[in-house]
Structures are given as C-alpha cells and as structure tokens.
Design a protein around this ligand. Structure first.
Ligand code: 5GP
Ligand code: MN
Length: 321
C-alpha cells in the first residue's frame, strides 16, 4: 500500500480503532498491532481500541487488557479506523463512534467491502488486514510486541500460511516479523492449534453428524440450540469447524451452521478451489472472501440448508451421471 500511517493519522488527536463482531485472530492482531504502534510512535495521540470479548488465548498479546468492550460512553473521535470489517454492520456497537467521528478510514481485505468509510484502503488480494497494517508501518519501528500481534493475525487468516490468499509477500512479511524475535511456534500452538476439550468435543460432534450432498462435493453440518446448550459452547468455540469440514476428500464446499437465535442460523462457509462462497453469502446478506464467507439466515435448519445448497449448486458443474 502506498499510503502510510502518518498520512492516515494527519491532524487527529483522538483515534478509535475497531474491528468486527466476534473478533478473530486477524481482527485482534491488526487492531492491537496498530494500537501498540500508535502508542509507541505517536504518544501524543489518544487511541482507544473497541472490540467485543476476545478469546482467552489471545490475551498474552500486550495491550489486550486495554481493549474497551463497552461503547456506552458518548465520545466523538477525530478519526475512526475500521479494520477487517466488510460493512458497517460488522462493526457492532462501535458503529456509534463511526457515525460521530470527524473522519473515517477503513483498512480491509474483504472482497465484499464496498468502501463505506470516508477513505478506504481495501486490498482483496491481501492475506489479512494484519498484512495491510504491516505495509503502512515503518519496519524498524515495529517492536516484538507489535510483531506478535501482526504475525498472529497473518497466520490465522492464512490457515498458517496454507490458503491461496498466502502470497510471497505474505511470507516475506511473516519473515520480517519473525526477525523481531517473536516466539512464533508458541503463538501458533497456543492461539491456533491448541483447542479446549470442549472445542474438540463440539468439532467431533459436528464431523460425526455431517452429511454430504451434490455427489460428495458439498458437506454440511449444523448444531441446534439444544446441542449448543448441552455442550455449553459459545460461538468462539465453534471457530474452525467449517475449515475442518472442508478438509474432507472430494469436498469443494463446506457449510457449518449453528442456531444463533430462535429460527436464526449463523452460517460459515469454506470452499476449496472454484466455488465463490462470498457470492453465496452476499446473496443472503452476508459477505467475506472467495474461499471463506458467512451470513445469518432465518428459518428452520432445513429451509436454511435448502436455500444455501440451491445457490451453491448454481456454481457446481453438472454432476457425473
Ligand atoms: P467465518 O466463517 O470464519 O465466521 O467467516 C469467514 C469470513 O466471512 C470472515 O472473513 C468474516 O469476516 C466473513 N463473514 C462471516 N460472517 C459474515 C457476515 O454475516 N457478514 C459479513 N459481511 N461477513 C461475514
Ligand atoms: Mn481478516
């Protein structure tokens, strides 16, 4: 990105940084990394980060204890920085500060982002928002703590450098961040690979109950409210289930859905090589990336799955006879 942070911050004395609801690794990594950098390099600026509750495993990152989880205070910021959020709905309660800020800037990599802020820096081919944040900073001012946050974000959104969004530039940046002396294997273990017993149980249940349609090219698994309360899991515990379903041999699209409210389902989709799941998610009011997207849908599980598969089938080549 040609734009650099000083230009983005021009004349701002107060800055709000916010990411998306149900914050994931990239969302937290980019927000916290940028926050720590502003605090260090521009100490005269008063910066606040707004995020919903974050997974416990991310709390080793410096600055996470300063994250604001409540948006009750009435404040008008000089600048609102929206990170990793494809639309204003994704900002959750923090949208209030977006609406009242003097200037708004969005930095994001979601292809579904229409450019809702005053200034928009959207690069759909970037692996992650954390990668874009690295690009606007000066490398030699990035400390180990900042590098930990950005590395975590990049690693999470690339499935640990596995997905097709990983470029040689992504690897170069990850290498530069490793050069800062971060405990990278520890970060990956603690924040990405290690799951709680409960998370593994719910993953196991989702895999066990999955069904395949479209000649085995689409795999679906869903959890109803009663299952969720039986296991006592939260939405954060179900992260990664759709990615695991996608790893099934012969599968092009994986759908994982859970009942988020009465007759309401949160849908998470992943694809392998040709189905644009962002298109499907966007059709139902959601968004995301070509290979990873989501939306919220109303109706019974049966209706939701029917509607989704109808849209996905449009992108599947004819079934073999
Ligand atoms: P996940 O399946 O992990 O929840 O989300 C996959 C991707 O789709 C993420 O980049 C996420 O930001 C995006 N996404 C998930 N749900 C929604 C949604 O309801 N609306 C929009 N705009 N994006 C979503
Ligand atoms: Mn992201």
């Amino acid at each position: 990105m040609k734009i650099k942070l000083p230009e983005i911050l021009k004349n701002a004395e107060t800055v709000a940084i916010a990411g998306h609801v149900r914050p994931d690794g990239d969302c937290v990594g980019s927000c916290v990394g940028l926050y720590l950098y502003i605090k260090k390099v521009f100490p005269e600026i008063q910066a606040d980060v707004y995020l919903e509750e974050i997974p416990e495993s991310f709390c080793f990152l410096k600055g996470t204890d300063e994250i604001r989880h409540s948006c009750e205070q009435d404040k008008s910021y000089d600048l609102f920085l929206a990170l990793d959020s494809g639309d204003t709905g994704r900002l959750g309660e923090a949208v209030k500060y977006f609406d009242t800020a003097k200037r708004t800037v969005c930095i994001d990599h979601h292809i579904s982002n229409v450019g809702y802020a005053g200034e928009n820096f959207i690069k759909p081919d970037a692996s992650s928002t954390s990668e874009l944040i690295y690009e606007i900073l000066e490398d030699d001012r990035i400390t180990e703590e900042i590098a930990e946050a950005l590395y975590m974000g990049i690693a999470h959104d690339t499935g640990v450098f596995q997905y097709s969004c990983t470029s040689s530039r992504t690897m170069q940046i990850a290498g530069r961040l490793m050069d800062k002396g971060i405990p990278f294997s520890d970060i990956l273990d603690k924040t990405y690979f290690e799951k709680s017993y409960l998370q593994h149980q719910i993953l196991g249940r989702a895999l066990l109950e999955s069904i395949r349609v479209m000649d085995g090219r689409c795999i679906i698994s869903g959890l109803r409210k009663r299952d969720i309360s039986f296991y006592g899991v939260t939405p954060k515990d179900m992260d990664g289930i759709s990615a695991q379903l996608r790893n099934t041999e012969g599968v092009e699209v994986a759908i994982f859905l859970y009942e988020s409210d009465v007759q309401e389902y949160k849908v998470s989709m992943r694809s392998k090589s040709f189905v644009d799941v962002r298109k499907v998610a966007q059709f139902f009011g959601g968004g995301g990336h070509v290979r990873a997207a989501g939306c919220t849908m109303q109706g019974s599980m049966h209706d939701v799955v029917n509607n989704l598969t109808k849209e996905i089938a449009k992108q599947m080549p004819e079934e073999k006879a």
